[in-house]
Design a protein around this ligand. Structure first.
Ligand code: ADP
Ligand code: MG
Length: 608
């Protein structure tokens, strides 16, 4: 005799309800999401007693036929998923066909629904999964759900509910998440007859500002980034608007709210040093990724989402938030009054001098960690240098001050340069070339530029900004390079496969041998092997934060690519200096070591 019995439908529904419907806010979420899936342009949420007495959602969406009005309460009844394949390209919020069946098993539900093309609608009342009423009625297009006496037959749940304030807080959270995901839809929220929200359809910024509260608009900094893997848009709150409580922190993927402590870490990291540890940054960030590359199915209430390319997304998030903070002038602006008296090499001056970008373009280099400005003393310039640290020690500002010698300090330069016979040199604008250095006479002495470091900085800046948007150019190798790697090196290489591919490496791994089929086109062939070594050791470096891996790899790649840089002709020197000055950080190489130094006339003189 068989002892196994199939659970009666309503019990199965109640069990499912336990997973999906934890509290009134869960009902709010499910009903509002259904309304959005139905193409509504307006959604009203009406709540009584924090949802214990009534949760009503009214929409102007497609409505349902009389037949579907009955069917929708059955378990696994969904119009959103037809084949298993559909699971991987979901564009709708729901797909399990579980919500209405669950809600109907633990509450009294009344529903009115009408499709636009017909005159009459359907009125349904359900209790414990049994249909009590099914009538044709006159009603507006769309659907209205009323959920009453939630958990009437599950006392444990009902008693478990928290205070009204807390339960309504959860409802409000759900409402805000849905509203933030759909600025194009009008939403209202009423609680016990009082209007809490009345959100007109409009642009994203307006919606975010109305949820973030009064005067929040001017505190919002937009972020936007498009890559082949993810598109990011949204807003972050300026650091001075950071709050002492968590709250205004929202992530959405394909318009679905989700929680993610890993991505949250990326944002916090971007704010590092700009807000105190007791404060939380606010953000509202929207990711768009190929639905096939995420798994929304891992959690019944679907707020946790698995991303196939989470490391990559982490890096991009970190970078774009840093970039946004920089662009919007959050970093101290430079007051550089002496701009006109820059002491630049004379030959360089003949071309239109490019003022150091840092003075005219406050765009913050996204790949540098911000540091506290507490050490600031003196002028804005040295302040900025300290703030824009790369995590390594910065050269002393003296070098800069020497280079951009102000008029006053060089007031007697005329005599000196005459003494030293520099005058003619400056007029003819020559460079002295050496394997490693370029020398150029300036008003205040002799400027020395380290060619390799200059080249490294130029390449790094160029590639890192390109790298965020697209894979770097790759060059196919005629004969693949084979490299023996340890199993842990092999694993690391595999883990970072996507990143390495984005860098321009094409590779395969077989039996402990790494086959390199293509390399970044900036990398000269003879430098490939050394570059692979340094990338592998970088991957093994445990001190590097996950989110910074990309930047470190680009750093190593460009370092190897610039190792043999030499300048053979004055035109090359000229071009090098010009490109160098286009870089925001033209004083230091990506490892923080200085690129240029001015031997002052006094220094030179003291040797005689
Ligand atoms: P799911 O959303 O996972 O499909 P639900 O139980 O939430 O499952 O809803 C079941 C079905 O009922 C939906 O697939 C949809 O066809 C229909 N439905 C639910 N709510 C609405 C609504 N507000 N407007 C139109 N159709 C709806
Ligand atoms: Mg649903």
């Amino acid at each position: 005799m068989s002892v196994i019995q199939l659970l009666p439908e309503h019990i199965a529904n109640q069990i499912a309800a336990g997973e999906v419907i934890q509290r009134p806010a869960s009902v709010v979420k499910e009903l509002m999401e259904n309304s959005i899936d139905s193409g509504a342009t307006q959604v009203q949420l009406i709540i009584k007693d924090a949802g214990k007495t009534l949760i009503q959602v009214v929409d102007d969406g497609t409505g349902m036929s009389p037949e579907d009005a009955v069917k929708c309460f059955q378990r696994h009844a969904t119009s959103k998923l037809k084949t298993a394949d559909d699971l991987f390209k979901l564009q709708t919020k729901g797909f399990r066909g579980e919500a209405l069946a669950s809600i109907a098993s633990i509450a009294h539900v009344a529903m009115r629904t009408k499709q636009v093309q017909v005159d009459t609608g359907t009125f349904i009342e359900v209790e414990g999964n049994t249909i009590r009423t099914n009538e044709q009625i006159v009603c507006a297009k769309g659907t209205s759900f009323e959920v009453k006496n939630l958990f009437y037959n599950v006392p444990a749940r009902r008693n478990f509910l928290k205070s009204e304030t807390i339960e309504f807080g959860h409802i409000r959270d759900e409402f805000e998440r849905v509203a933030l995901a759909h600025p194009e839809i009008k939403f209202t929220l009423h609680h016990n007859g009082q209007e809490i929200y009345n959100l007109q359809a409009g642009v994203l910024r307006m919606r975010v500002a109305s949820i973030f509260g009064r005067n929040s608009n001017e505190r919002l900094v937009p972020i936007e980034e498009q890559t082949n893997i993810v598109s990011i848009k949204g807003f972050i709150g300026k650091p001075d608007a950071a709050r002492k409580t968590r709250g205004e922190q929202f992530f959405f993927v394909n318009n679905r709210y989700f929680k993610d402590s890993y991505f949250h870490h990326a944002i916090s990291k971007a704010f590092d040093g700009m807000i105190s540890e007791k404060h939380y940054p606010s953000y509202c960030i929207y990711l768009d990724v190929d639905p096939a590359k995420i798994d929304v199915n891992i959690h019944p209430t679907k707020t946790e989402i698995k991303f196939e390319e989470d490391r990559f997304i982490y890096s991009i998030l970190l970078s774009s938030v840093r970039q946004a903070l920089g662009k919007h002038n959050i970093f101290p602006t430079l007051d550089f009054e002496t701009e006109t008296s820059f002491d630049v090499p004379s030959s360089f001056r003949k071309t239109d001098p490019v003022a150091p970008q840092i003075t005219v373009d406050p765009t913050f280099n996204p790949f540098q960690s911000a540091r506290s400005s507490s050490t600031s003393s003196g002028n804005g310039f040295s302040k900025a240098l300290k703030n824009e640290g790369f995590g390594q020690t910065m050269p002393s500002t003296e070098d800069w001050e020497n280079f951009y010698q102000i008029e006053e300090q060089t007031s007697n330069r005329g005599d000196l340069s005459e003494d030293l016979g520099l005058h003619e040199e400056r007029e003819s604008g020559s460079y002295l070339l050496h394997d490693r250095y370029v020398f150029s006479p300036t008003k205040s002495g002799l400027l020395v530029i380290d060619v390799k470091r200059a080249k490294w900085r130029i390449l790094y800046d160029e590639l890192i900004s390109r790298f965020i948007h697209q894979a770097l150019d790759s060059q196919q190798l005629l004969f693949p390079i084979e490299k023996q790697v340890s199993s842990s090196e092999g694993d690391l290489w595999k883990t970072h496969d996507k990143l390495l591919h984005q860098l321009g490496f094409q590779s395969s791994l077989e039996d402990g041998i790494l086959y390199i089929h293509g390399v970044p086109s900036v990398l000269p062939e003879h430098a490939i092997d050394a570059c692979l070594d340094s990338l592998l050791s970088e991957l093994q470096n445990r001190d590097i934060d996950q989110g910074d891996v990309a930047h470190h790899l680009v750093k190593r790649l460009t370092q190897n690519a610039s190792k043999d840089a030499v300048v053979r002709r004055p035109e090359e020197a000229q071009a090098l200096i010009e490109s160098l000055f286009q870089c925001k950080e033209h004083a230091v190489a990506p490892n923080g070591k200085k690129i240029m130094h001015t031997l002052s006339l006094t220094e030179i003189q003291s040797n005689f």
